[in-house]
Ligand binder design. Structure first.
Ligand code: DX5
Ligand code: ZN
Length: 217
């Protein structure tokens, strides 16, 4: 089995210190930078947009994993590519023509991710699983960091793992929300490949050491 990919979520970081936080992640075992874009419409919160993605791009060569929690994401696919996104994830609930959205992301040269809210069944992806590079299972309702993990997620991971392994899909399973040092190993055992962690990393006394702990999961 490949090693767990650790993707700290910058939502929990200090935006006055983009350079310093990036340098800390660059020197750590973090694999990806997870960047949460929220529009105040798809989710009840506003975070940041394109200029912040570009700012992180200037400070790292690591993969920028951009999670769009916005309506009509198709309008901005080219803009996020220009800003420096490597992985672009859209929500299935925000895309009436999900297949087209995924194809557009790939046509721009990015990896295409699809995120599912906690209430959305993984079966929704049966006819598109071979086209996506990543499935992001939300283990909290999107919009805020620091929420508690929804236990139901484990059975969703197992179902999705089965769907992927019984097809020719190479999609990675990413878990986003409430990931902690207590549940990380169990998530990986259930079939997760990518762990997003905001508060667990940035609110810890030693973020670098916490990232190393998550990496062992
Ligand atoms: C929530 C975001 C998450 C968030 C995770 O809507 O998509 O990426 O930053 O934060 P924690 O790890 O604190 O739950
Ligand atoms: Zn996220």
């Amino acid at each position: 089995m490949n090693q767990t990919i650790v993707a700290p979520s910058l939502l929990a970081s200090d935006f006055a210190r983009i350079k310093e936080e990036s340098e800390m992640l660059n020197a750590s075992e973090a694999d990806w930078f997870h960047l949460d874009v929220m529009d105040g419409v798809f989710v009840p919160n506003i975070s940041f947009g394109l200029p912040i993605i570009s700012a992180y791009r200037k400070h790292t060569d690591k993969i920028l994993d951009v999670h769009l929690m916005i309506v009509e994401p198709d309008k901005y696919i080219g803009d996020f590519k220009k800003a420096g996104a490597d992985v672009l994830t859209v929500h299935a609930e925000a895309c009436p023509h999900l297949h087209r959205s995924v194809q557009r992301i790939k046509a721009e040269g990015m990896k295409a991710g699809v995120a599912l809210n906690p209430h959305t069944p993984v079966s929704l992806l049966e006819d598109i699983i071979e086209d996506v590079d990543l499935v992001c299972l939300m283990s909290v309702n999107p919009g805020f960091g620091g929420q508690s993990f929804i236990e139901r997620t484990y059975s969703k991971i197992e179902k999705l793992r089965q769907m992927i392994d019984s097809s020719s899909s190479t999609a990675l399973i990413e878990i986003d929300g409430g990931v902690s040092l207590d549940n990380a190993s169990k998530l990986v055992a259930a079939g997760a490949n990518v762990l997003v962690a905001g508060s667990t990393v940035f609110k810890s006394e030693n973020p670098t050491a916490t990232i190393s702990e998550l990496k062992k999961a």
